[in-house]
Design a protein around this ligand. Sequence first.
Ligand code: SF4
Length: 148
Amino acid sequence: MRYEGPIYRPPSEADSLLIQATLGCPHNKCSFCMVYKKGPRFNVRPVSEICEDIDEAFELYGAKVRSIFFPAGNTIAMPTEDLAAICLHSKMKFPALQRITVYGSSQYIVQKGLPDMRLLREAGLSRIHVGLESGDDTILKRVKKERD
Ligand code: SF4
């Protein structure tokens, strides 16, 4: 498996297989967040590479994998068909898989829209960790988390 840049995961993903699907964060402006300030820039890894990493993980961990987390920041922003493809490949590969999770800010979830979110759910995406810093527009502007 290949990893680039900081790899952060929530505590609840401690036992998850981590397969990097994206690099960096497409927003990368929040005043309180230093995770990707020094890079790498947001980038989506090719589906073929991600699937190679999934296949390699299968050789190593096989039937033990029950949960997968796809870093990095805001992986929900990757193209829907790519995210759906790696979810489907994961489901096909790991027979005991129960959960697939990504990070996703509300603005990128809204951009996807309901049909794409439904498609991702059907492909196996079961959880999105959302950083809810505030629902107040003034505060979101102050911490530079307003919509791009
Ligand atoms: S959206 Fe998340 S990862 Fe990106 S800069 Fe803000 S807090 Fe950091």
